[in-house]
Design a binder for this molecule. Structure first.
Ligand code: SAH
Ligand code: F3S
Length: 477
């Protein structure tokens, strides 16, 4: 990608607003890094200090999409208050509704999709020139140039001991309710060596835990140097050998991509956490078929059973859609039975939202919206209860924790996460930042756990290492 010509532009502050999923969070970070490099933009917390605002949008449900259109009115006023200000709208709403944004909000300067965010510097240049002329047609680019995006993004920059690494993009599953394949495009995987190189550099900067990201991350099929294709299992085997990498996670996965080689990783890769986010959406075979998920409840259960045979402590989370068109009381009850049966932990649940252009949007829907709301409330109560049961059951046990940061409330405490993603606060000094330690859980609340430090198995290892890198990450003195 050519360097931008507007490096000397007076525009400096950027305010970023991110909606939606972890992929969007990841994309937002990359955008910020990119325009800092090309244009010297610095992220600001207060929009009044900004010359550029970027909205990274989500269209997975109607509410998320409407939020964006509501917000645009406010940003119009913000732009009018200072000449030269720019508004950019990226993400999935831009991808699907680019033209609608242009006509409903012509004051938006740049419209780009998840696959063209790497062209932001050029778009900023173009938009800045247009505004100098007093003309305002939005610069719009919502195409799908496949892998080009990954090649053009800046070098990875660690900002903590845990990092997200995107390994694939898009989805080719076309579930009947879902807009993702249309907004993010079909599945595209990054080459194997690129991922290894990125994780190696992150590990050199002090990263200990990597969360591999993708809309369907277990559909990863990355090309290797010799032209053969690596799956997620092979990728994780290689990543687990990188010095310093003590934990691996992956999200979000599809049940049909839980291959035997991936299941085997739970036996062969100790760094792979005993936690799996595996959305099923519904516990009813009839609804799963209508959703075109491509599997039955029994197959899903069998996958979980196989993994739990290897990891009896596996914590399972999922996504559920309530009120899919035609969902009967029995279908709903099947979902309730499934969550109790498999003992889901910390899951996500939503009322079905018809998405324009998806097949399910044309299905007759005779379920009353009040019934859907009641079903969702009952499901969420049950899920919360299951989550609390799991937290409570952890009291008294000793858990391995990655120490991520000082505790937010008490400077004498540190905070880290368990394998099943619980934040644990406990008394300890800064010295153990970035280490895996053992903590005995003493109490549990809705959002976090408390514990007592019982062992620091990596202390010796760290005693002989330059610790500066961790302090750089956290700018502690
Ligand atoms: N790849 C994942 C899904 C990613 S989308 C999978 O295999 O299932 C994230 C979640 O949003 C989905 O799991 C689903 O629960 C929810 N979702 C997607 N489309 C939706 C819609 N139209 N209405 C309500 N929830 C939806
Ligand atoms: Fe959406 Fe189904 Fe893919 S839920 S992201 S189309 S697996």
């Amino acid at each position: 990608m050519s360097e931008s010509t507007a490096a000397a532009s007076p525009i400096r502050g950027v305010f970023m607003k991110t909606y939606g999923c972890q992929m969007n969070e990841y994309d937002s970070d990359k955008m910020l890094q990119l325009i800092e490099k090309t244009h010297g933009f610095k992220q600001v917390e207060n929009p009044n200090d900004a010359d550029l605002v970027l909205l990274n949008t989500c269209s997975i449900r109607e509410k998320a999409q409407e939020k964006v259109f509501d917000a645009l009115g406010v940003w119009r006023g913000w732009k009018a208050r200072k000449p030269g200000r720019l508004i950019g709208v990226g993400g999935c709403v831009a991808s699907q509704e680019g033209e609608a944004i242009r006509s409903r909000a012509p004051y938006v300067d740049m419209i780009f999709g998840p696959q063209t965010l790497h062209r932001l510097p050029q778009m900023i240049d173009a938009a800045s020139q247009l505004s100098d002329d007093g003309k305002k047609p939005s610069v719009i680019d919502v195409s799908f140039p496949e892998i080009e995006k990954f090649d053009s993004l800046p070098e990875p920059r660690a900002d903590g001991v845990s990092a997200f690494v995107s390994v694939m993009e898009g989805c080719s599953k076309y579930c009947t309710f879902c807009v993702v394949p249309y907004t993010r495009g079909e599945e595209v995987s990054r080459p194997f060596n690129d991922v290894i190189a990125e994780v190696t550099r992150l590990a050199e900067q002090g990263v200990r835990e990597v969360n591999l990201l993708g809309q369907n991350v277990n559909a990863y099929r990355g090309e290797m140097e010799d032209g053969s294709i690596a799956d997620l299992a092979l990728l994780m085997h290689a990543l687990a050998r990188i010095p310093g990498i003590g934990r691996l996670r992956y999200t979000t996965s599809h049940p049909n991509e839980m291959s035997q080689s991936l299941i085997d990783c739970y036996a062969t890769i100790p760094q792979l956490v005993s936690h799996l986010h595996l959305p099923i959406q519904s516990g009813s075979d009839r609804i799963l078929t209508q959703m075109k998920r491509g599997h039955m409840v029994l197959e899903y259960k069998s996958t979980i059973r196989k993994i739990r045979a290897l990891r009896p402590d596996l914590s399972l989370s999922g996504d559920f859609i309530i009120g899919f068109p035609g969902e009967t009381d029995q279908d709903y009850q099947d979902t309730m039975n499934l969550i109790a049966d498999l003992k889901y932990d910390r899951s996500f649940s939503f009322i079905y939202s018809p998405r324009p252009g998806t097949p399910a949007a044309y299905l007759p829907d005779d379920v009353d919206v009040e019934v859907k709301k009641q079903r969702l409330a009952r499901l969420q109560d049950r899920l919360n209860q299951l989550t609390m049961d799991i937290s409570t059951a952890m009291i008294g046990s000793v858990k391995r924790i990655l120490v991520e940061r000082p505790s937010r409330k008490n400077p004498k405490e540190m905070a880290g996460r368990t394998e099943n993603n619980r934040v644990v606060n406990f008394e300890a000094s800064n010295d153990i930042l970035g280490q895996f330690v053992d903590v005995k859980i003493t109490s549990a609340s809705n959002n976090s756990l408390r514990g007592e430090l019982v062992a620091t198995p990596e202390a010796e290892l760290y005693a002989n290492k330059p610790r500066q890198k961790f302090f750089q990450i956290y700018s502690l003195s």
